[in-house]
Every structure is written in C-alpha cells, then in structure tokens.
Write a protein that binds this ligand. Sequence first.
Ligand code: AMP
Length: 218
Amino acid sequence: MVIVLFGKPGAGKGTQAPRLAAALGVPILATGEALRAAIREGTPMGLAAKAAMDRGELVADDVILGIVKETLSSAPFANGAILDGVVRTVPQADGLQRVLADIGRKLGAVLVFDIADGEIVQRVSGRLVCDKCSAPFSGREPGESCEVSGCQSGQGGGTLVRRKDDEPDAVQTRLDQYQQKTAPVLEWYTKQGARIATIDAVGTVDEVTNRAKHALGL
Ligand code: AMP
C-alpha cells in the first residue's frame, strides 16, 4: 500500500511516518531526509538542492521525481511505502501516478494532517533535530546529545541542532510555498477520485497516531 502523508511543514508527518510505517510493515520515503543525506554526503544533487532548501523553497520537480522513481522501484519498497514530504506540487502528483503505473502499483490514500499556520510557527520554533539521525525533538536545548539508540550505537551519538529552514524567515517561506504550490495538489487528488482522509494534527503524538490509524482503517 502506498500512502501519501500530506500537510504543512511541521504538521507532524515526520513524527508519525515511522509509527504508520511500522503499523503497515512498509518503509518510508522522506524526500527532505533524502536531500539532507545528499547534502551531508556532498553529492551533486545535494549541492544543487542546498540553497533552495536553506531558504525554505521547494527543490525542482525533476530532482524529486528522480528520487521517487529510484526509491519506489527498489526491492525494499516492493510492498508499498509511506511517502513523507512528497508530493508537494501538481507535477509531482502527476509524476507519482506515472511512476506507480510503471511499477504496477496504486495509490492507497492521501492522509492529510490538518493544522493552522499559527500552531506551525510555534511548533517549528521549538523543534530541534539530531544532526546525525534527523530524529525530531521538542522541549530540548541545542547542543544536547541525541539518545535515539540506533544513533548512539553508530560512530558516536548526534547533537541536537535547529534546522536552517526552521528559522522564522524560512518557515514563512515554506508556508507560502505550501499555499501556492502544495495546497492545489489536494484539489488535483479530489478530481482524480483519490481516497483522501483528513485528520486533526493537533494533539499528543499518540492521539494523532490513533487518528491516523483509524483514518487508514488500521
Ligand atoms: P521536509 O524535511 O519534508 O520538511 O523538507 C525539507 C525541504 O526539502 C523542503 O523545504 C524543500 O526545500 C525540500 N523538499 C523536500 N521534499 C520536497 C518535495 N517533494 N518537493 C520539493 N522540495 C522538497
């Protein structure tokens, strides 16, 4: 089953993705994470994407669709995927349909995380991430250590940092980009007759997980 997690930046898609992936027994494709890994590794794709990402702007559709095609065609994704942070534009939605048709798969559902802009700004301004494993944290201070077990067992645990695109200017740009380019995707999916499930994304992490599972019939 292929599920698209859809919603504003900071709506909680990245927090819920591992929980839903575990419940469904499928891996996660998170394009933001794939791009950050490419930046850390200094690949040409990472170098090309970095400036747009730091400003909070979207990366080019062909780059994103390249990641989507390569990942969804790979063996670990044979049984489906949770898509976190993709799709974000109508051309990406269209491209995803073509990739799915090529590999003989169908979109299961679009799960929409509903949340107001004001809540996003407050949430994101308190968000830190591990610079090694990218796990999100709130209520912590920059410079503290990450205690996610897989992270610590690597080459030393990571450190908690603020993402450059979680700075206030970049957050506003990301919300603007969402309104201009991402919100129309929902209209597109509605016209396509896709299964769209909307959940209230404000609540504890467990509450939102339960709503999401219920909405997906899990
Ligand atoms: P995220 O981790 O999903 O918040 O993504 C971080 C940043 O990566 C975004 O602000 C964009 O610059 C870029 N990005 C991630 N996914 C996409 C996508 N599907 N389309 C365009 N840009 C993306």
